[in-house]
Design a protein around this ligand. Structure first.
Ligand SMILES: Cc1cc2nc3c(=O)[nH]c(=O)nc-3n(C[C@H](O)[C@H](O)[C@H](O)COP(=O)(O)OP(=O)(O)OC[C@H]3O[C@@H](n4cnc5c(N)ncnc54)[C@H](O)[C@@H]3O)c2cc1C
Length: 467
């Protein structure tokens, strides 16, 4: 079969790219090695983790905040198998949705491992049988897999990755999370909310280290206060052993002393590595980068081989579903002869802990390093009427604006529904709004979004009203 475009991988990069190709009239096929579509995001990433985060947050609130709201519950208990079953159902609904969308858009799908024979010919192998299809253009959207530490073998039973952490059918007493990044903190939160004693071991001095420093500091404080999570910063993990149902993790602390931690489970969440196994890149002369195994692409996301593109986690940049999606659309439109654009500086980053953390644009640290003159305005949620009503008073919104022009350069927030609120900042920055623009736009009362308006007012001649 001859296609205009063949996409390898059906994650958010691949499936969105394929749908956009089909919309543009290109005959499109997708190859996926797993039974279900949706890649990491839908099957073992964004969607299942958010399903468990929502369930565990309900339990935590029922146990800790309902009483203050005047709601008394008796015999509150976690039904872990049901929580996991609901999560599986949410995943199934989403992956079935992709199947429906492929059908609707007349996209052919093939189950099996896609591998380059040459730049226009792809071999699809499943259960020892293979067939080949040809394409004018190929989009590699093969994603990523959890990074393993060479000295710490993952047994998938007690020493696990995020994938296994989504399927634990008991509430562990103790859990160690190696890595204070987004995935580790989200999954650690799930279990801490259910009553597990969670210890986070992190090599760097702060958690969520790539985000504005103020966010990590506040998140660490709140997770410690509200969930009893413990943080061991500046600790270099040196190994882990299992004995029966117990794990012992060893590390060197900031003073150079050997320390050890015991738990029922240890989640290794030290990042993700681009996944290129089985693609047969060597057959078309593509070499991956030594660090991170990423496929090199030019500014149009085309590899060194003309007509072969790569998108999402398998290339440089943030490993985020919405970045992969936008790249899928970008490549489809390039192939169709259009001139799309992606503003990589305005891809929001979100952490779905509670409070949520969200960020877009430059951090204060980046602006300082670049010598940019900026002004900052902050507003704490403890001064928000809406946040008081919902008892979500931790966190703040910070707006960074150019000292001379007032153009917004970065927005960083930690607080209730920050994941949704960041969209306003992204829109404002796409249109190169000033802090005063946001300050003068009417925001409904009472809403959490008023905190963004107040922070913008604080950045504009320090004229916030409620602080
Ligand atoms: C626990 C967790 C939570 C996350 N939460 C979020 C979140 O809240 N928000 C967010 O933006 N991001 C989140 N992410 C990251 C997000 O999942 C990824 O950034 C996103 O899935 C990348 O999309 P992709 O299309 O590049 O690749 P993937 O989603 O990894 O999909 C790649 C697909 O390609 C297939 N494939 C690979 N090689 C072949 C081959 N040779 N032949 C056929 N098929 C192949 C794979 O089987 C896979 O299905 C999370 C990740 C994890 C692990």
């Amino acid at each position: 079969m001859q296609y205009d475009v063949v996409v390898i991988g059906s994650g958010p990069g691949g499936y969105v790219g394929a749908i956009r190709c089909a919309q543009l009239g290109l005959k499109t096929a997708v190859i996926e090695k797993y039974k279900t579509f949706g890649g990491t995001c839908l099957n073992v990433g964004c969607i299942p983790s958010k399903a468990l985060l929502d369930s565990s947050e309900h339990f935590h609130n029922a146990a800790h905040t309902f009483k203050t709201h005047g709601i008394n519950l008796k015999d509150l208990a976690v039904d872990m198998p049901q929580m996991i079953a609901r999560k599986d159902d949410v995943v199934a609904q989403n992956t079935a949705g992709i199947q429906y969308l492929f059908k609707k858009n007349k996209i052919d799908s093939f189950e099996g491992v896609g591998s380059f024979v040459d730049k226009n010919t792809i071999k699809i192998t499943k259960d020892g049988k293979s067939e080949t299809i040809t394409a004018k253009h190929v989009v590699i959207a093969s994603g990523s897999k959890p990074t393993a530490l060479p000295f710490l073998p993952i047994d998938k039973k007690r020493i696990i990755t995020s994938t296994e952490a989504l399927n634990i059918t008991e509430v562990p007493k103790q859990m160690i999370v190696i890595g204070g990044g987004v995935i580790g903190l989200e999954l650690g939160s799930v279990y801490a909310r259910l009553g597990t004693k969670v210890s986070v071991i992190e090599f760097m001095p702060s958690i969520i280290g790539t985000m504005d420093a103020g966010l990590g500091k506040e998140l660490q404080r709140v997770l410690k206060k509200s969930l009893g999570m413990e943080f061991f910063m500046g600790h270099k993990v040196t190994g882990a052993t299992t004995k029966g149902k117990k794990v012992t993790v060893t590390a060197t602390n900031a003073k150079g002393e050997e320390v050890s931690f015991d738990a029922d489970y240890c989640i290794v969440a030290v990042g993700r590595t681009a996944y290129t196994e089985g693609l047969g890149l060597e057959n078309i002369g593509i070499k991956t980068e030594e660090r991170g195994n990423k496929i090199p692409v030019n500014e149009h996301l085309e590899t060194a081989v003309p007509g072969v593109y790569a998108i999402g986690d398998v290339i440089k940049g943030a490993m985020l579903a919405h970045k992969a999606e936008d790249e899928g659309i970008y490549v489809a439109e390039r192939i169709a002869g259009q001139k799309p654009h992606i503003n990589y500086n305005l891809i929001p980053g979100v952490v779905y802990t509670w409070p949520e953390v969200a960020s877009v644009g430059y951090t204060e640290e980046q602006l300082k390093a670049q010598g940019v003159q900026y002004k900052a305005g902050s507003f704490p949620f403890k001064a928000s009427g809406r946040a008081k009503a919902s008892m979500d008073t931790d966190g703040f919104v910070k707006v960074l604006a150019d000292a001379k022009t007032d153009e917004i350069l970065g927005v960083h927030m930690i607080g209730p529904r920050a994941a949704d609120m960041i969209a306003e900042a992204v829109v404002a920055m796409e249109f190169r709004a000033s802090a005063e623009d946001i300050a003068r736009i009417c925001h409904a009362h009472p809403t959490y979004t008023e905190a963004l308006k107040e922070a913008a007012m604080a950045a504009t001649e320090n004229r916030a009203i409620h602080i």
